[in-house]
Design a protein around this ligand. Structure first.
Ligand code: PMP
Length: 366
């Protein structure tokens, strides 16, 4: 749309004089490993108190020089987003619900006392970067260009207060299929001694500190032989919240689909809200509520719980094959990916890759 043209035009493209040679880029796109290779450029906008957002630009990807007193290194005043650009069969490049990511970024900024970036600048920065580095968008099946917008306190100052200088950047990394050998169920360890967030905390913001807090419990989950950790609410240690980086859904034998309600300590996933819509479209009862862990464990034993899956931008939908904790170790269904889980996964990826009609207007051409 013409409007996107206007947003992109605000970004001054300062192209690198040393782009990655074609052969090297082709090799990187052949078998991209998540988050290891980045495109030639990054989008960048700077903010200063009093002046607002300045100097919208696309510049050569490269290291940042930071003073050791840079505020983010001490007080973690930082937020980020995660989204993808998808190449459709006709070569066009699209992204999925960027307005939803922009809105969440604004909510995260508010919670971390960072300046608000407009939806226009958020979407414009992504379009400007993807257009500059469009040759980096893979065309292989289930491949995409992962986009990582982030904002941090760049002021050199050790006082504990919101920084008066902030940088916003977008970097991009080609990614291949999350499940290389076909979709495989994951096992989940329910953390009983650690929480990722509590009431009034930063759980519903996408800030780096939440992920720092999840690393130890995630490591402990792996020591228990599980792939991922699931957190419970910090107040009662009773209700399912979410995984370290994914929301969670429970499918009942009666066909109803349940997910933890947004309590303020859960991140509102864009995938989560899209799934709620797709499941409702299919005529399933959709229930957002507090889901007691005990109910899920007994439901797995007596068959009232049929499927569990996790969801997020990176893996889209991940079937859960096993749920374990200190007092239980349950197989989900027969341990194989559930029927509804895989149907919704197929439907969502078909929309994202342009194989199915975008009936909700979720796709935005870049
Ligand atoms: N919860 C957490 C903690 C996450 O990091 C993510 C990934 N952004 C999600 C849920 C899923 O969010 P989305 O579907 O927007 O990727």
């Amino acid at each position: 749309p013409a409007e996107l043209e206007d947003l992109v035009t605000l970004f001054d493209v300062r192209a690198t004089d040393s782009p990655t040679p074609d052969a090297e880029r082709a090799a990187a796109l052949e078998s991209p490993r998540f988050g290891t290779v980045f495109t030639d450029h990054m989008a960048r906008v700077s903010w200063r108190q009093g002046d607002g957002w300045l100097d919208r630009r696309i510049e050569k990807y490269g290291p940042l020089q930071l003073d050791p007193a840079t505020a983010v290194l001490h007080y973690a005043q930082e937020i980020f987003e995660g989204m993808k650009a998808y190449r459709h069969a006709d070569g066009s490049v699209w992204t999925f619900r960027p307005d939803a990511n922009a809105a969440r970024f604004a909510r995260s900024a508010h919670r971390l006392a960072l300046p608000a970036l407009s939806v226009d600048d958020f979407v414009g920065s992504i379009a400007a970067l993807v257009r500059t580095d469009v040759d980096w968008v893979p065309s292989g099946e289930d491949s995409s260009l992962y986009l990582r917008p982030f904002m941090f306190a760049s002021e050199s100052f050790l006082g504990v207060r919101p920084a008066a200088e902030v940088e916003y950047l977008v970097i991009a990394s080609p990614v291949g299929p999350y499940f290389a050998g076909g979709v495989k169920p994951v096992s989940i360890w329910v953390a009983e001694d650690y929480h990722r967030s509590g009431p009034g905390g930063t759980g519903d913001a996408k800030c780096g500190g939440n992920y720092a807090a999840s690393l130890l419990p995630q490591t402990l989950a792996q020591e228990q032989g599980c792939d991922q950790v699931c957190f419970l609410d910090a107040t009662t240690n009773t209700y399912l919240e979410e995984l370290g980086g994914m929301n969670v859904f429970v499918v009942m034998a009666d066909g109803s689909v349940h997910t933890p309600e947004l309590t303020g300590s859960i991140l509102e996933g864009v995938t989560r809200s899209s799934i709620l819509q797709l499941v409702a479209d299919r005529g399933h009862a959709v229930v957002e509520r507090r889901i007691p862990l005990a109910e899920v464990v007994s439901g797995l034993a007596d068959g009232t719980v049929r499927e569990i899956f996790a969801c997020g931008t990176a893996a889209v939908i991940t079937p859960v094959g096993r749920l374990a904790g200190t007092t239980f170790d349950s197989t989900v269904g027969d341990g194989e990916p559930g029927e509804l889980t895989m149907a919704i996964r197929g439907e969502l990826t078909d929309i994202q890759y342009g194989r199915a009609a975008d009936r909700h207007g979720w796709m935005r051409r870049l």
